[in-house]
Design a protein around this ligand. Structure first.
Ligand code: APR
Length: 230
């Protein structure tokens, strides 16, 4: 029986119509990360940042989970061993695909956070500039998304799962952003078998024992079938 840890990135949602960040048509191709995904960018131009996330929140509500999300949900439901699903994605497509538990290490578009008192609430579809916090009233509402320079969420839980895992799969992530890009090395140190599932080799492909290339809607259901059938 395996203890499985899965890390997903934007590539698992690409075939649902959500943009990726890097590569053709990537979100970072026509805007600067520093302007829309850092606390400094938010302080400089909160209207532009709220608008950027409002657009992504509206898009995420228009798209549907794909066969890859649904296959991981099947694995979580049907596999007799532990399955820990960690995502860098801020969309809710794993949950919409049926996943019973998802660790959102970079936060969620559907979450709002008060920059003044740390209160969290469900984000409305459109967040205003100086959005009032329902708890403290300050006009400090922001998307509950982890920006560059901020600490990703649930890191203790993540490293604990990695230290015990026997099978690690990274799906649809370019391996260019840490700490997520280093998870494969933690898993390897724990003695796990490591699999990269992607359209093309990531920046850390050489850290993986096994690779499966192709669109996630084909490669992920096939991998899940192998694990369940194994
Ligand atoms: N099937 C499988 N993989 C795909 C597909 C597909 N249909 N389409 C694209 N990919 C792969 C690409 O080959 C690439 O490796 O998805 C990956 C997308 O890489 P990025 O755009 O860099 O997204 P990601 O790795 O999730 O970015 C990590 O960076 O900008 C920050 O916080 C943001 O969570 C994000 C983090």
């Amino acid at each position: 029986m395996e203890r499985i840890v899965i890390l997903t990135g934007a590539g698992i949602s690409a075939e649902s119509g959500m943009g990726t960040f890097r590569g053709a048509g990537g979100l970072w191709n026509d805007r600067r990360v520093e302007d829309v995904a850092t606390p400094e960018g938010f302080a400089r131009d909160p209207a532009m940042v709220q608008d950027f996330y409002n657009q992504r929140r509206q898009k995420a509500r228009q798209v549907a989970p794909n066969a890859a999300h649904e296959a991981l949900a099947r694995l979580q439901r049907d596999y007799p061993g532990e399955v820990t699903l960690i995502t860098q994605n801020v969309d809710g497509l794993h949950e919409a695909g049926g996943s019973p538990s998802v660790i959102h290490m970079h936060g969620r578009l559907d979450g709002a956070l008060c920059a003044a008192c740390d209160h969290r609430w469900d984000a409305p579809e459109v967040m205003e500039v100086a959005h009032p916090c329902p708890a403290c009233g300050a006009g400090a509402g922001r998307p509950d998304v982890v920006w560059f320079g901020e600490m990703p969420y649930f890191m203790d839980e993540i490293f604990e799962a990695l230290s015990r895992c026997t099978l690690f799969a990274a799906i649809g992530t370019s391996g260019q952003v840490y700490p997520a890009a280093g998870f494969v090395q933690e898993a390897f140190r724990a003695g796990a078998h490591t699999v990269e599932i992607n359209l093309e080799p990531s920046a850390v492909v050489s850290d993986f024992a096994e690779t499966r290339f192709g669109p996630a809607t084909q490669t992920v259901p096939a991998w899940v079938a192998d694990v369940l059938g194994g």
